[in-house]
Ligand binder design. Structure first.
Ligand SMILES: CC(C)(COP(=O)(O)OP(=O)(O)OC[C@H]1O[C@@H](n2cnc3c(N)ncnc32)[C@H](O)[C@@H]1OP(=O)(O)O)[C@@H](O)C(=O)NCCC(=O)NCCS
Length: 221
């Protein structure tokens, strides 16, 4: 039996050079049941971490790989990226303005013996704090459709789960922007990172969407 660490023993830091293999091994736990060939992207992530550490250069910004350590053991990993697919669909002008607007939680996994003692929550809170400080409006995670325990886990941490194909709208200085799950068998978990905003489900003409909007009283028309 593995002793459960107390939360003081958990250290969350940006991955260091040499953590690539640990990150890839843990990342495979997150991808194993829903990605046909996880090895290719994980091995390039491992190489990038081994060479540069947890700040990984990507199109439109940097990925950030956080590790949770118990002593010298890497017990959990969380990797965030800019929303590359979504940004590719924006005009060049919009792209420059919206690069920081969303942060995607690309990988999150905790090694099995260390689950249920707060490591996943600590990784998520650190990633949200970093993204909020960088000016991000929304955190998004893609969850395999039907992965109900994972959905419940995110819901308990303030995320709203979109239905498959349900768009998510958020306000920018130029008006509302919209993103979706990419129609590849996943659902989005969404959380607003801005104070005074909330994610709500809206219905219009029989279809629904999630809208991140101010919680203050809306002006009447
Ligand atoms: C989802 C996952 C990352 C959660 O990691 P974790 O470290 O077990 O998460 P936590 O310990 O923070 O929370 C799990 C439960 O432990 C309990 N818990 C949390 N903090 C605790 C603490 N300090 N002490 C005791 N129990 C605690 C809670 O009951 C919590 O469940 P809740 O949702 O009812 O609040 C992990 O289960 C995992 O790696 N799953 C496989 C990969 C995966 O599905 N990744 C997500 C892909 S999108």
């Amino acid at each position: 039996m593995t002793d459960q660490p107390d939360s003081d023993a958990i250290t969350i830091t940006l991955a260091a050079k040499g953590d690539g293999q640990a990150a890839a091994t843990l990342g495979a736990l997150a991808l194993s049941d829903h990605t046909p060939s996880p090895q290719a992207p994980l091995s390039s992530l491992a190489d990038a971490i081994d060479e540069h550490g947890g700040r990984v250069a990507l199109p439109y910004g940097n990925g950030h790989c956080l590790t949770a350590r118990i002593g010298s053991t890497v017990a959990g990993v969380l990797y965030t990226t800019p929303p590359i697919r979504w940004l590719q669909g924006q005009s060049a002008d919009q792209r420059a303005r919206l690069t920081q607007a969303l942060v995607e939680i690309e990988l999150l996994a905790v090694s099995e013996p260390y689950r249920n003692c707060g490591i996943g929550t600590a990784l998520l809170e650190t990633a949200e704090h970093t993204a909020r400080n960088a000016g991000s409006h929304l955190a998004l995670a893609k969850i395999r459709a039907g992965a109900f325990p994972t959905m419940r886990w995110y819901r308990r941490r303030g995320y709203t789960i979109a239905a498959q194909g349900e768009p998510v709208l958020f306000r920018t200085r130029q008006g509302f922007a919209s993103c979706d799950d990419g129609n590849d068998g996943h659902q989005l978990a969404v959380k607003t990172l801005r104070l005074g905003t909330a994610v709500r489900r809206r219905t219009a003409r029989g279809t629904t969407c999630l809208v991140a909007e101010h919680t203050a009283t809306q002006p009447t028309r």
